[in-house]
Each structure stands twice: as C-alpha cells, then as structure tokens.
Write a protein that binds this ligand. Structure first.
Ligand SMILES: Nc1nc2c(ncn2[C@@H]2O[C@H](COP(=O)(O)OP(=O)(O)OP(=O)(O)O)[C@@H](O)[C@H]2O)c(=O)[nH]1
Ligand SMILES: [Mg+2]
Length: 501
C-alpha cells in the first residue's frame, strides 16, 4: 500500500505554541514517549526547533532551523520567521505539518501581510492540504480580534471542505484548567469541541537545572495521549486541492480591517482633541469671568442726623432775635471725612434752627471705622455748647464702601480653581501637541494601508467600504460650532488619503 501524505498547516497567534507542538510531535514520532526517557540525565529527547532549555537536543538535520527562529531567549517577539514544513513518517502515512509565523495583534499590518505572503508561497508549492490545525493558548480567555477576523476570512476564501477539517489545539492547559470557552471556539471559529485537544507542554518550558516534579511528568504523559488523539483525528481528513487557495483576498480583507481600525483611532483622537479645546475655552471663560468680578466692594448708605453748631449772636436791635451763625460748618462731617476717606457724605439741611442741647454722639457701632475721631473733636464740641451755641439738625447720608467678606472668600476659592485650571492648561497644551502628532502618524499608517490595498486591487472602493465610519467622522467634526473649519480638515484629509491623493 502506497504511503499516504497528509498535510496540515498550523495557524495561530504569536506565542500560542505552534513550534512547541512541532517539537512534541517530533519527539513522539522518534519514540520518546515515556517520562523516564525524558526526565533523566541521559535524556532521549530529540527536537526539530530550538527552544530555550533544550537547545542541545536539536537534531543535526534541523540545525539550520536556528536561522528560521529568532532569539529563542526573547519570548516577547514572534519566534518563527518563515513557513517551514516538517515531515513525520510512519509505515502507512507521512504527516507533513507546516509551521507558520504567528499572527500578531501589535506588530501591525506589514507583519501579518508578510505572514500571509509566506503562507501563499508555501501553498503554491503543494498540491493539497488535508486540514488546518488552529493553535490557541487555552490559558487566556480570548482570541485576538485580528486572528478571529483572519479565520473568518479564511472560511470565506478556502471554502467549507477544508475549513471543516479544522482541528483545535489548546496549549498551556488541560481540560480542567482551560480558560477559553470551547463553545466560543465553535460559535466564533467553527472549531468543533470533539476536534479540540488539550496540551500542557510544560516539558519544553522546564529549566533542566531544576528538580523534576511529578506534575511535569504527568503533563508529559497527558501530552502523549493528546498526540495520539490528535493523530487519529488528522488521519480522517481527506485531501483538498490547494490551487484555489489564494491568499490575496484574505490579505485584502485584513488590510480593510486595519483601515477601519485606523479611521476609528483617528475618530478617537479627534474626539479627544475636541475635548481639550472645549476645556481650554472653559478655562479662558472662567478667567475673564474672574477678572470681571474682581470688584468685591459693597456699598452701604447710612442715613443720619448731624447736629450743626451755630453761634448765638444777640444783636443790639432785638435782644429776642438771635442771629445764628454757623461756627463750625460741617465740622463733624469734615472730621468724618478725615477719619474714613472711603466715605462720601451727602447732606441736606433741615430748615429750622434748633436750640435743644446737642444729642449724644451717634452710637459707636455706626462709626466703628471712624476711630480717628479724636478727643479733640469732643472737646471743641462741648466747648461750643458751653459758649451758648445752638444746634441745627442736618440730614446726612453716609455712603460706605466696605469689602464684602463672603464674596472675597468665594473669589479667592474661584481664583485658586482658576490657578489650578491654568496649570492644567499647560498640560493640556502638551497633550494637544501629542494628539496632533499621533493624528499625523496615523495618517501616515493609513496612507501605507491604502497603498497596500491598491497593490492588490486598484479599484477597491475605500469610500464605499468605509462609508459608515466616514459618516460618523463627519458628524463628529461638524457637530461642534466652534473651530469647525479646523475640525472639518481632519475629515477632508482622511477622504484625500482614501482617494489616494
Ligand atoms: N507551559 C507551557 N508553555 C508552553 C506551551 N506551549 C508553548 N509554550 C511556551 O510558549 C512559548 C512560545 O511557544 P512557541 O512554540 O515558540 O510559540 P509559537 O506559536 O511558535 O510562536 P511564534 O513562532 O512566535 O508564532 C515558549 O516559551 C514555549 O516553551 C504549553 O503548552 N505550556
Ligand atoms: Mg513558532
């Protein structure tokens, strides 16, 4: 019976454990399936892909694989750089598994674009595929949106036959510690729970200088069982010709998603910018309000009667009639003026003379701020009385301008607030500058994405495809009555970029 070739492609996010799975399979096919053969000084482990603590166990045939993996000591970057096919021969079947670079949410469009190119190149060299092995880190409860979109597009392009031959490998977990919901895998990625396998490949994470634990050995045994189940599922997958497996449409879809993300990001940035501008306007308004309310004096009018002293000067003609001459016209009032120079006094005389004794001085509270009224004033007052002076009442209105304590306190508080806001304003100006810079660099990213998409399809209608987002953008930038022209420019710039201007 001829040896049948079953070919599968490994797809997954960066760091999901694709290359480790290749090592687990390689080790398995080399017959190292007992923990004693692994966890001993004379370990039998054989690897195809270098990994941190087992670097010395990579077989000669794959020595050049080191060039295909990045720095294995740095797990923060995607390890595998190119697609590479690994063959595992058994008497009846040869399994060929294609390792691919991982998708990376953060590395950007160029990165995922390169992955797709490399998958396309790899598939051009082969006649058929039997299925897809989707590798997901099962200890995390979600799959990135970029990867989800990619699998969705894959289904649109690669058709149901191949996508139904999709098996799931959940790494970093077993069936009891898995975090991702298998039902979610089915609803979002159409990965059937019966075709989902759990791997806890701690063995290749284990620092061989450290003690061997029971858990490590159990994990290894479980992984061997999972390999057996996985192979039994793979054996059932029929071949699907690859000639129609174009990746370009997927790539186009991925770039379109990236363009959407860029427009959404620009919308967020412009919204933040509008927020800052509104805050700045608020600060200026409160500042001018503060200076308008700087006068915090209160006017008081006090009505009083002042007694004007007049000399009684008897004439020779009539002893009864007395000629009244003012001797200290406005003296009281003058002294008041001297005592408190922020008073204005209006007076009106009462017509009739009055010879009654002088009234007591007005209560001191009314003159609390006129303490300068000296003893000398009193002396003169009473001396005049002794010398037969008559007093005439005179209505006086004293206008007092006194500081308003409550409003001063409020003003001081508001002033403090204003100072805080002004301090904030300089931070806002920095933030505004940062936002402007970010907007400019996002325009640049968008420009690159548009040029990428034009390379695939020069007639792709970006305005139509992104019409809903553009509408939201337009509403946002025209809703604010102020600064409309400047904001509208952001919208127009995006249109220009999408139109390739
Ligand atoms: N504990 C544990 N660690 C794992 C498991 N699978 C992979 N790892 C570790 O996760 C890290 C990334 O694993 P890789 O196999 O390089 O992941 P990859 O999907 O090939 O990554 P890229 O090549 O960057 O796409 C390595 O340090 C592995 O040792 C697992 O099941 N359990
Ligand atoms: Mg890898």
């Amino acid at each position: 019976m001829p040896n049948e070739k079953k070919r599968f492609i490994l797809l997954g996010e960066a760091g999901a454990g694709k290359s480790t799975l290749i090592n687990v399979l390689y080790n398995f096919f080399n017959g190292t399936i007992n923990p004693t053969d692994v966890f001993s000084a004379a370990t039998q482990v054989k690897l195809a892909i270098p990994c941190k603590y087992w670097d010395d166990r990579v077989v000669e045939t794959f020595a050049d694989q080191k060039l295909n993996e990045r720095n294995i000591h740095d797990v923060t970057i995607s390890q595998t750089m190119k697609c590479h096919s690994y063959s595992f021969e058994t008497p009846n079947i040869t399994y060929e598994i294609i390792d691919t670079p991982g998708f990376n949410d953060t590395a950007g469009i160029e990165f995922d674009g390169n992955n797709l190119n490399c998958i396309e190149e790899e598939l051009r060299t082969v006649q058929h595929l039997n299925g897809i092995i989707v590798v997901i880190n099962g200890s995390i409860d979600r799959v990135s949106t970029a990867f989800k979109n990619f699998l969705y597009l894959l289904r649109q392009i690669w058709g149901t036959t191949l996508c139904n031959a999709c098996v799931g490998v959940l790494t970093n977990c077993d069936s009891s510690s898995v975090n991702i919901n298998p039902r979610l895998l089915y609803s979002e990625l159409q990965i059937n729970p019966e075709k989902t396998f759990y791997f806890q490949n701690t063995v290749f994470r284990w620092n061989r200088q450290r003690k061997v634990t029971k858990q490590l050995q159990e994990d290894f045994e479980d992984a061997v069982e999972s390999v057996k189940m996985l192979l039994s599922a793979l054996r059932k997958c029929p071949p699907v010709p690859t000639e129609s497996f174009l990746v370009s449409p997927i790539k186009l879809g991925v770039i379109q998603k990236c363009i959407e993300s860029s427009i959404l990001y620009l919308l967020e940035l412009v919204t933040a910018l509008i927020g800052i501008e509104l805050t700045e306007e608020g600060i200026s308004a409160s500042k001018s309000e503060m200076s308008r309310n700087a006068n915090r004096d209160v006017y008081h009018h006090i009505h009083a009667v002042a007694w004007q002293a007049l000399v009684v000067a008897p004439t020779k003609k009539s002893k009864d009639k007395k000629e009244l001459k003012p001797i200290h016209s406005n003296r009281v009032q003058d002294s008041q003026h001297m005592a408190c120079n922020n008073r204005k006094t209006k007076e009106s005389h009462s017509d009739t003379g009055h010879s009654s004794p002088p009234p007591p001085l007005p209560p001191s509270s009314e003159h609390a701020d006129c303490t300068a009224r000296s003893n000398d004033t009193y002396n003169r007052y009473y001396n005049e009385y002794d010398r037969h002076v008559v007093y005439r009442p005179k209505n006086v209105t004293v206008e007092l301008i006194v500081p308003d304590g409550e409003s001063i306190a409020r003003h001081n508080n508001a002033n403090q607030e204003c100072t805080n806001l002004i301090a904030k304003r300089s931070r806002l100006r920095d933030q505004k500058q940062e936002l402007h810079d970010l907007i400019l660099s996002t325009y640049e990213t968008l420009r690159q994405q548009v040029s990428e998409i034009r390379k695939i399809n020069k007639d792709y209608d970006l305005l139509e495809k992104n019409s809903e987002l553009l509408r939201q953008f337009k509403v946002k930038t025209t809703a604010s009555p102020d600064n409309q022209a400047a904001l509208k420019n952001f919208y127009l710039n995006i249109i220009d970029i999408l139109e390739g201007k």
